[in-house]
Design a protein around this ligand. Structure first.
Ligand code: NDP
Length: 329
């Protein structure tokens, strides 16, 4: 039986360990579609899996990689045939099901998204789970009735993957975008993506009052903890905050004041189990709303051989925007 190149995470006695291996095709998990992966990406969750810093991996050995794009090699699924270009994010791939940081992937066809017109494997992975989550957040704000006429939009963790795409998408939608970052040296980068103002993240990351001056109509928060509490406290009457991340922490040290005194809504965003109709609609919108020059400006390309290193770097907040991994070097 043939083998392919993959990153494999093995469980040791006290910690897990990631290494490059030749993985046997016979050890792939069940699925009705086999994909030849050309590109993957590095998300925050991949960093957690690769370093073992948080128990996101729930089966060993595991191939990490929550995102992948490539060409169908074999299929018994009615919607896919060999040669089709596809992308995949979520569904527990890279956590409970062998993932995309590998030359081959076998999954349920029901999880796959046909490559939308206007995107290719590289641009889809430049967007990846992080960009898809940013779009789900924007769609949730829109379902809530938010428009640029209501006021400004705050983005937290703006120089990260979710934040970079959120900044570009909110700008394209017509919002005045306030980008919160701890990296003032990335201001020009953020202005280039469409930010109108830069906010020092230190002004949001410490414990604050349950209600403050009303500063923005809506927010996309990738950070959680005190940052989310302060984002809520400074949202205008009737506004909404899409909560999609936990880069500062899982906790939410706030009170009901923003909800019952200002009618603010907290919108939860999950990209992993997102149903297919919303998933495909979000990808279609990403294909039309993100210009290729914007995608290029927020992307760093790395060879497969640097993916383990990049997994560690993303957790230390050193990565700007998105990292695309070219698998078929
Ligand atoms: P990145 O590491 O690329 O970005 C996170 C950003 O958060 C950093 O760049 C930094 O932005 C900011 N940040 C990091 N640490 C802190 C801190 N201690 N306090 C305040 N801000 C901090 O990760 P991603 O963009 O890929 O993911 C962001 C979050 O979203 C993660 O928690 C991830 O797990 C979550 N996520 C959730 C998904 C879902 O389905 N709900 C899907 C995808 C991601 P800056 O340097 O600008 O300050």
């Amino acid at each position: 039986m043939s083998t392919f190149k993959a990153i494999r995470i093995d469980k040791g006695e006290t910690s897990s360990h990631a290494s490059y291996v030749d993985f046997s095709e016979a050890d792939l998990m069940d699925g009705d579609v086999t994909v030849r992966v050309s590109h993957s990406s590095i998300n925050y969750k991949d960093g957690l899996a690769i370093t073992g810093k948080s128990p996101v991996v729930r089966r060993f050995p595991m191939i990490p990689g929550i995102d992948s794009a490539g060409i169908v090699e074999a299929s018994t699924h009615k919607d896919f045939k060999p040669g089709d270009a596809v992308l995949l994010t979520g569904w527990g791939v890279g956590e409970t099901h062998l993932g995309g940081l590998a030359q081959k992937l076998r999954v349920k066809g029901d999880w796959l998204v046909p490559m939308p017109k206007g995107l290719d494997a590289h641009s889809a992975m430049a967007i990846g789970t992080a960009g898809f989550t940013a779009m789900l957040s924007l769609l949730a704000l829109e379902r809530h009735g938010m428009t640029p006429a209501h006021g400004s939009a705050l983005v937290t963790g703006a120089a990260g993957g979710v934040g970079s795409v959120a900044t570009a998408l909110l700008h394209k939608a017509g919002y005045h975008v306030i980008a919160s970052t701890g990296r003032p040296e990335e201001s020009e980068y953020l202005f280039g993506l469409g930010a109108d103002e830069i906010l020092d993240r230190a002004t949001l990351s410490e414990p604050g009052r349950p209600l403050g001056k009303e500063r923005w109509a809506c927010a996309i928060d990738a950070v959680g903890s005190h940052t989310l509490a302060n984002a809520l406290a400074q949202t205008r009457y009737g506004g909404a905050v899409a909560a999609c991340g936990l880069a500062q922490g899982m906790d939410l040290p706030t009170s009901v004041a923003p909800f019952i005194l200002r009618g603010i809504s907290l919108l939860g965003i999950d990209s992993v189990m997102c149903p297919q109709p919303l998933r495909r609609a979000a990808w279609q919108r990403l294909a039309t709303d993100l210009d290729h020059d914007k995608i290029a400006s927020l992307t760093i390309d790395i060879p497969f051989s640097q993916a383990i290193e990049a997994g560690a770097a993303i957790l230390s907040g050193k990565i700007r925007g998105r990292v695309v991994v070219k698998i078929d070097e």
